[in-house]
Ligand binder design. Structure first.
Ligand code: GLN
Length: 381
């Protein structure tokens, strides 16, 4: 049988997490918190299950939850997203991105993807018969080279994937990026935006999150994808949502209804109740920023050099000053010999570009970060 994804192996997150388990290493690879999520959210979800909310909810998501999401985006981004026609609850952000791409891509369409790229984007494009057009973010600040973007747009360009805060680098888009994107969208009416905003609340140093939802002209052309797992420290719940214009959302739902149909009911009842608590998500940035700073400070005692992180769960560290080892090999060796697991940046490039950088997830308890740094301190080469 011909493989539809002949060049795709197992996702790096699974590979590294398995290795961490095998060697009993501290897992700073895959992005997930190791601290307890909110007891309050657990309680309302439990209560919903016990009250008997255990049957299918609406295919597009529990109406009350969609209304609460609409209220939230109105407050945060001053956008009137219609719960009925513009919001769909999904089993996670990754699924929302896949569904968005699947609902617009036709054979031989081109999609602009910035690398390093979250690892699901490119297989999502290929499985739809379309073609990723790769553009490298500019090392070392991972900014978008807009001139190159303009040069790579063709009559076949169907979409651009934007991800801010960015996984794996923690880079964040600014007003200039928005203006550049706007100019492209205005000049090319057939281009859509897939905006991966799963780290919307994990943004640091008082930077604003420049959601596509803030800009009506961009929202008109966007599928904006979010994750409750990231917002509420429960990545294993696999629940998120997508917001788009009514016309785009109509297509999105055609795909969604025959794939997931509807997400689990009790979690949606719980989230609908919990979304009233604004502080739970508004306090997240500061809380996680503190972890970034705590870990960065500890890492000063190691030979790794920190690179800026303005958002997400992640910070990149360079080791080019002390080793020219292949980053994948080093990541494996750190797991096996030092008991700390990371993700090599080359795994986010099709070309396996190796800038001697590893990604660390700092969304961990202080004791976990402290132990990891103390192990990394022992590295001589
Ligand atoms: N988003 C998480 C990360 O970057 C992983 C999600 C997954 O494993 N699919 O680590």
């Amino acid at each position: 049988m011909n493989s539809k994804l002949p060049d795709t192996g197992t996702t790096i997150f699974t590979v590294m997490s398995q290795l961490a388990v095998e060697y009993n290493a501290i897992n700073l690879g895959q992005g997930f918190p190791d601290f307890m999520m909110s007891e309050g959210l657990i309680a309302v979800v439990n209560a919903a299950m016990q009250k008997g909310y255990n049957q299918y909810v609406h295919m597009c998501g529990l109406p009350l939850l969609r209304e609460k999401i609409a209220d939230k985006v109105q407050k945060l981004y001053h956008t009137a997203a219609d719960a009925e026609t513009q919001i769909t609850v999904t089993p996670g952000g990754t699924y929302a991105i896949y569904t968005a791409l699947t609902s617009i891509l036709e054979k031989d369409d081109e999609v602009i993807v910035f690398e390093p790229a979250y690892d699901s984007y490119i297989p999502n494009i290929i499985i739809n018969g379309a073609k990723p057009v790769l553009i490298q973010l500019q090392y070392p600040d991972y900014s978008i080279p807009w001139q190159e973007v303009k040069e790579k747009i063709t009559a076949k360009t169907k979409a651009i994937i934007i991800n801010s805060p960015h996984n794996p680098t923690g880079a964040v888009i600014n007003e200039n990026d928005i203006e550049q994107l706007r100019a492209i969208i205005h000049n090319n009416s057939n281009i859509f935006i897939i905006s991966d905003e799963v780290y919307e609340h994990l943004i640091f140093d008082n930077l604003p999150h420049l959601s596509m939802l803030r800009y009506p002209d961009l929202l008109e052309k966007s599928f904006v994808c979010f994750s409750f797992g990231k917002t509420y420290n429960c990545t294993g719940w696999k629940i998120g949502y997508c917001i788009a214009s009514p016309a785009l959302m109509k297509e999105f739902r055609k795909v969604h209804q025959f794939n997931c149909f509807s997400c689990n009911s009790f979690v949606q009842y719980g989230l609908a109740a919990f979304l009233d608590n604004e502080d739970a998500y508004l306090s997240l940035g500061k809380f996680i920023q503190h972890k970034r700073d705590y870990f960065q400070n500890l890492m000063k005692a190691t030979r790794f050099k920190s690179m800026p992180s303005y958002g997400s769960y992640f910070q990149c560290y360079s080791y080019k000053d002390f080793s020219d080892e292949d980053d994948m090999q080093l990541a494996i060796r750190l797991t096996k010999e030092y008991g700390v697991t990371t993700v090599p940046l080359s795994s986010f490039y099709q070309s396996k570009k190796d800038d001697k950088v590893l990604r660390f997830c700092f969304a961990k308890k202080e004791e976990t970060l402290k132990e990891a740094a103390s192990r990394l301190k022992k590295i001589s080469v």
